[in-house]
Design a protein around this ligand. Structure first.
Ligand SMILES: NC(=O)C1=CN([C@@H]2O[C@H](COP(=O)(O)OP(=O)(O)OC[C@H]3O[C@@H](n4cnc5c(N)ncnc54)[C@H](OP(=O)(O)O)[C@@H]3O)[C@@H](O)[C@H]2O)C=CC1
Ligand SMILES: O=C1O[C@H](COP(=O)(O)O)[C@@H](O)[C@H](O)[C@H]1O
Length: 483
């Protein structure tokens, strides 16, 4: 089999780096960012000289922070048995914690800790400030970085959601652009860094049989479905202020929808892909509340730190329309929820029934599926004849796990994106214009949201969310039921 390398892959960056992780005690840091940083280190992809300084509002001793990081690696990184003691010793000696919060008026202990820990990195050092904090705090940390002269030669990584509404997005965008240059800004959306998301383009543009059917001519419906069994108790305050729609739909699933819906970019170069993504986001029709279902799992308001009368959505399902010639008339169904019956991140292109001599086919439609979960996978469901003299047809599958594709090991999204930040590659990050489009599409819904319908934890959510699919049902559920 012939291999063609389009990109040489990750390289070690030379610039000594002080990595400041705001929100270092939080859920994201513990589950994704810290394990990703350790993974980069183990692969020899961190700079030769670096320090990582965790920041938070409470005071945590350096030693306790190292314990916190170790626990996160045991639970969400390589696991206890696979942490090499020598490597951990090398890694952990570069970890520090700066407490007391950080804002314009009061830097807490961050400046002192930077002086102590990053002093030895030399004049050429870069700062990477990673804001793994709720979006409501982005502005104050960014202003603090400017006030305490920490922006020069720095890269600033903002988590999603970047803003909380069209208005707050606009204010944040203006503030950030008044403090730093756009090329210092990395707005992360880790779904764009997933191996399978990137493979969407190869699948489409590398295979004419797929590319030729990537439109309303062949596709009846697109589903982007991300049900999760995960709870929110670990991050109740953040979650209650955000909800499923802002946490997953207007952010990750809109970006994935744009990856599916985009017109062919001028080239596969980063800027061209970003332009194509941004441009189709501008063609998403504003959501209509009658095509949106919000849900809240029973027992949500009993969680510590959640108000008894909270109406935050823990599930959101929307029918989205993309007003381009390619997709006019094809509904894009997007759904995500917490404490549901299964864990999936599945993009499905459900094909139209072919015209021809067969008449009524089983109510299962042929489809192409791209799983974004974990290492990712591609599935094809086909209508086939059973062997034998009669004509019995049913749905059969072909599945390929991307983990089995030679050489079989991609980087996890946070590892890949952190590496991109270190080398200054912004191609898989969201743009200000693209996000402005996304918030515009969500604006009227956010101003007038439907009341969440309750659902049982461990279920597939309210029936009303399934009704949005217009009788096809959710492919994830159908696949689970089929075993
Ligand atoms: N958790 C996840 O799976 C993912 C989360 N994200 C994004 O990451 C960000 C953080 O989410 P997550 O870690 O889940 O949330 P958490 O609620 O766990 O918050 C992270 C940390 O932020 C700090 N923090 C909270 N409020 C403030 C504030 N007002 N000012 C400064 N710091 C504050 C807290 O640390 P302390 O108390 O020590 O100050 C907290 O531990 C969000 O933007 C989220 O959308 C993105 C992808 C996945
Ligand atoms: O950004 C987020 O993503 C996670 C899901 O990401 P995954 O890579 O673990 O599949 C989601 O659980 C979380 O609520 C959200 O903030």
């Amino acid at each position: 089999m012939q291999h063609k390398t389009l990109d040489p892959g990750p390289q070690q960056v030379a610039t000594p780096t002080a990595f400041v992780l705001f929100g270092a005690t939080g859920d994201l840091a513990r589950r994704m960012v810290l394990p990703a940083f350790y993974d980069l280190f183990c692969r020899g992809l961190t700079p030769k000289e670096w320090v990582l300084i965790g920041n938070g509002r409470g005071d945590v001793a350096h030693e306790d922070f190292r314990d916190h990081v170790h626990k996160s690696l045991v639970e969400f990184g390589p696991g206890e048995d696979k942490i090499d003691q020598g490597q951990w010793a090398e890694f952990s000696k570069r970890l520090r914690f700066a407490g007391g919060g950080f804002d314009e008026d009061d830097p807490g202990s961050l400046l002192d800790v930077i002086n102590e820990a990053a002093g030895g990195l030399g004049e050429e050092r870069q700062f990477v400030h990673y804001l793994a904090i709720p979006p409501s705090a982005f502005g104050s940390i960014a202003s603090g970085l400017a006030a305490h002269d920490l922006l020069q030669g720095s890269k600033v990584v903002f988590e999603k959601p970047y803003g909380e509404s069209l208005e707050s997005f606009g204010e944040l965008d203006q503030l950030v652009h008044s403090l730093m240059d756009e090329d210092q800004v990395f707005r992360i959306d880790h779904f764009l860094g997933k191996e399978a998301t990137q493979n969407l383009h190869m699948l489409r543009f590398g295979n004419a049989m797929i590319n030729n059917n990537w439109s309303a001519d062949a596709v009846a419906q697109v589903q982007i479905d991300a049900p999760e069994t995960l709870d929110v108790a670990q991050r109740a305050a953040f979650y209650d202020a955000t909800g499923a729609f802002k946490d997953m739909i207007v952010t990750h699933l809109f970006q994935v929808a744009a990856e599916v819906a985009m017109e062919p970019p001028a080239s596969m170069a980063a800027e061209d892909l970003q332009t194509a993504r941004e441009s189709v986001l501008g063609q998403f029709r504003p959501l209509d509340s009658s095509e949106v279902v919000l849900g809240q799992f029973d027992g949500y308001t009993e969680i510590d730190k959640i108000a008894d009368d909270s109406t935050t959505d823990t599930l959101a399902a929307v029918r989205l329309w993309v007003d381009t010639d390619r997709w006019r008339g094809v509904p894009f169904l997007l759904r995500s929820g917490k404490r549901m019956a299964g864990d999936h991140e599945l993009v499905s292109l459900i094909m139209k029934e072919p015209k021809g001599p067969l008449g009524d086919l089983p109510d299962t439609a042929a489809r192409l599926e791209i799983s974004l979960k974990g290492k990712g996978g591609i599935g094809v469901a086909l209508i086939l004849k059973h062997p034998g003299p009669g004509l019995t047809v049913s749905e059969q599958r072909i599945d390929l796990s991307l983990a089995d594709v030679d050489p079989g090991e991609g980087l996890d999204p946070y590892v890949a994106l952190l590496h991109d930040v270190l080398i200054g590659d912004r191609s898989l990050f969201t743009s200000s214009d693209g996000l402005a489009h996304a918030w515009r599409v969500a604006d009227s819904l956010l101003k007038n949201p439907p009341r969440p319908i309750s659902y049982q934890p461990g279920s597939w959510g309210p029936e009303e969310a399934t009704e949005l699919t217009g009788g096809l049902g959710w492919v994830t559920q159908r696949n689970e039921q089929a075993g």
